[in-house]
Design a protein around this ligand. Sequence first.
Ligand code: R2B
Ligand code: URA
Length: 368
Amino acid sequence: MAQPGGTASNNHSLAGPEQNNDKGNRHDEPTEEKVEDLTRYNDGSVKLRNPNIELMDQDILYHLALGSGSHDLQEMFGDVKFVCMGGTPKRMETFAHFIMDEIGYKLPAGTQLQDISAFSYRYSMYKVGPVLSISHGMGVPSVGILLHELIKLMYHAKVKDPIFMRIGTCGGIGVEGGTVVITENAYDGLLRNSYELAILGKIVHRPAILDKRLVRELKSLASSDDPYDTITGKTMCTYDFYEGQGRLDGAFCEFTEADKMAYLEKLRDFGVVNIEMECTIFAALTHYAGIKAAIVCVTLLDRLKGDQVMAPKEVMNEWQQRPQFLVSRLIKKHLAQMGHLKSLASTPSSIKSPRRFKLVQQESEAHE
Ligand code: R2B
Ligand code: URA
């Protein structure tokens, strides 16, 4: 049975790297025009490919601790332009503070950033003006749940032309630790350019396609002064960190080091430059929703040289900032083009002198 934007079949073949047949391209991939119609209203706001939602009295975005009946989602999120996601709550809190400085966003006096989804105990979400910074957890199912709810959030909030970006970590293939990789195309563990899901007992594939223009734009924002490389290439997504990524150091291992190296070299020859655990679903669901998306990851090691992630904490923290720098350059460029950058910074700060502010605070504390 044909599904919109993909095909369902029970007799799909398992193509190995040698038999790669770019499955994603074989499906009834919707043309750009069809996608526009199905996923966009005329003003650019997100249309859902699910007629059930608008018939519902309220839509509870359970894993975000938000709801269309309980919250004024348009008032809260209507100005969002960029939705940035990454694995851990801490990284995304750090990114929220970083992007606040970068775009010169001023919080109203006496307020601070709050985790909007704190009561879900699942994901963390911070809003800094037009930027959302959200943790997605590890792996395809976790990102999938989040994407469903974020796409619906975009719809309820009537957000226009949002850009989704994943800021992540990965293992490199023939690429030094600390390298920034912009994903050109996402492949699953069988090197198929699609995301596979069983729906009502039938296999459905959705093409895992990212926005080519965003890839080029991000690459152009890498600076020759950056003390690391920024490259583009194919990314492989796995359902597991250990056996699924050909590691010898999991709790189980039933292949030899030679098998592992032969596999990784096959991936490299195919053009895979990094491996992580979310790219196929991220690319597929954003594409299916007609949302422009990009994935920028930093490599934590070169898998051709080993399996264990051994870089010291401080080094790793510095590396994890690198995708954030690139994404921030893109956000600032777009906001400047929209004429929004100045207005974000124009709210006068209530602190005239940080030094005197500190002194006043210390003075007050002394009198407590
Ligand atoms: C990269 O790092 C995580 C596994 O350590 C996973 O979320 C990913 O894609
Ligand atoms: N994340 C992964 O999924 N794999 C790695 O090797 C490193 C980070």
